[in-house]
Design a protein around this ligand. Structure first.
Ligand code: SPD
Length: 407
């Protein structure tokens, strides 16, 4: 009752099943929940208002009598899987009281043509990523390129007006065509440059392919292993987000569709120079990517000088997960070895997001950087977010974030 695209589809299909002629439809998602919409048909209209919090919808099927409205009713009952329902058929108007007006049909047609605005767009559908108290909404075209319930999550590729195509897992924005570089450059290049010579890299998650694309820009890398639990994410992105999923055929890549948590548990100690945890939020399949045992296993799998970087949530949207992850990293890697970098993602709730590090051995987040080779790399690769000044600056935290991270 909160899925605006599915409700619009079912309402339009209900009209068609009843052999109505569909003229247009307009549907609106209210934040944080509720949908209203109308399907205009030659025979009048179908309208709906939903209250997801009650699992309830009110529907009107208004016809001029040349179609069987009950067919539409039965179809909606089925498609909404209604457990209970009530319906009233209401005859409108008192025909004996009506008098027909005479009018000139050709004048009416001409006037109608003047009123029609062919460029007028009526669809107004929104995707909302939210918790109980905050939300970020993106208006999207209503086009759904991929929608599949995998064993782990609902995987969708939708098209937003402002940010292009978007990967959503369950109801959360993962990445969009137009701002993916913020995230993918910042999860990979700071870690790759703070390590003196990263050769063997492990990516856990990252099914859209953006993180491996960035890691593989570093010519010294010899091997990248990527472990993604959900093959549907890879399949969807290869087909619909090819600019992000552009490196799956790289010969240096070993791709495993498998559970990253089990993988790291069984990894040989001291194997990787850099581990990047490109997971989703700590609900569903990614919950284990926020556990103490997972990070202890990552620590063991790193070489004696190694860098771990993990998607660290937001200090403004998910403070609890943000802090708990950092406390875990402080406990495992050491208090001064768990720095946090902040960066900006317009399509994540609040926009303020983090990567959290665990640094092993002599690695430091900023002390040993060679800024001129970083900027030469930035230039030659045409990076759009990361640069040497930003690398250092991203580890400078606002005071309220520093306070949050004090154990
Ligand atoms: N709320 C979004 C958390 C970020 C999840 N990872 C994004 C995947 C991009 N490769």
């Amino acid at each position: 009752m909160n899925d605006v695209a599915a409700i619009e589809r079912d309402m339009v299909d209900a009209a068609k099943k009843a052999e109505a002629t569909v003229i247009n439809s307009t549907f609106h998602h209210f934040s944080p929940y509720g949908v209203s919409g109308v399907v205009v048909i030659q025979e009048s209209h179908l309208a709906i208002h939903t209250w997801p919090e009650y699992g309830y919808a009110a529907v009107d099927v208004f016809t001029c009598g040349e179609m069987n409205a009950w067919i539409a009713f039965d179809y909606l009952k089925e498609s909404f899987q209604a457990k209970s329902y009530s319906a009233i058929e209401m005859k409108r108007g008192s025909v004996n009281l009506l008098t027909r007006n005479d009018f000139d049909i050709s004048t009416m047609r001409q006037k109608a043509n003047e009123w029609v605005n062919p460029g007028f767009y009526t669809r107004n559908v929104w995707f909302t990523d939210k918790d109980e108290n905050q939300a970020l909404s993106l208006r999207f075209t209503g086009d759904v390129f991929y929608d599949h319930q995998s064993p782990f999550q609902r995987v969708r590729i939708l098209e937003s007006y402002k940010y292009g195509k978007m990967l959503a897992l369950d109801d959360m924005v993962m990445t969009t065509e137009n701002d993916e570089f913020h995230y993918h450059e910042m999860i990979s290049h700071p870690a790759m440059f703070m390590h003196p010579n990263p050769k063997n890299v492990l990516v856990i998650g990252g099914g859209d392919g953006g993180t491996i694309r960035e890691v593989l820009r570093h010519k010294g890398v010899e091997k990248v292993t990527m472990v993604e639990i959900d093959g549907a994410v890879i399949e969807a992105c290869k087909e619909h987000l090819p600019q992000i999923a552009s490196s799956f055929n790289d010969p240096k890549l070993t791709l495993l569709v498998d559970d990253g948590i089990a993988f790291i548990k069984n990894a040989a100690p001291g194997t990787y120079d850099v581990i990047l945890v490109d997971g989703s939020d700590p609900v569903g399949p990614a919950e284990g990517l926020f556990s103490v045992s997972f990070y202890q296993n990552c620590y063991n799998a790193l070489k004696s000088d190694g860098v771990l970087v993990a998607q660290g949530e937001s200090p403004k949207f998910n403070e609890k997960a943000f802090c708990e992850l950092n406390y875990t990293l402080q406990d495992i890697f050491g208090r001064d070895k768990a720095p946090v970098s902040l960066f900006f993602v317009p399509t994540y709730p609040t926009g303020m997001w983090s990567f959290q590090y665990g640094l092993k051995g002599d690695i430091d987040a900023i002390k040993h950087l060679d800024n001129s080779s970083i900027d030469a790399f930035v230039q030659s690769e045409g990076l759009r977010y990361y640069n040497s000044a930003l690398h250092t600056g991203s580890f400078a935290l606002p005071n309220f974030v520093k306070s949050l991270l004090l154990k």
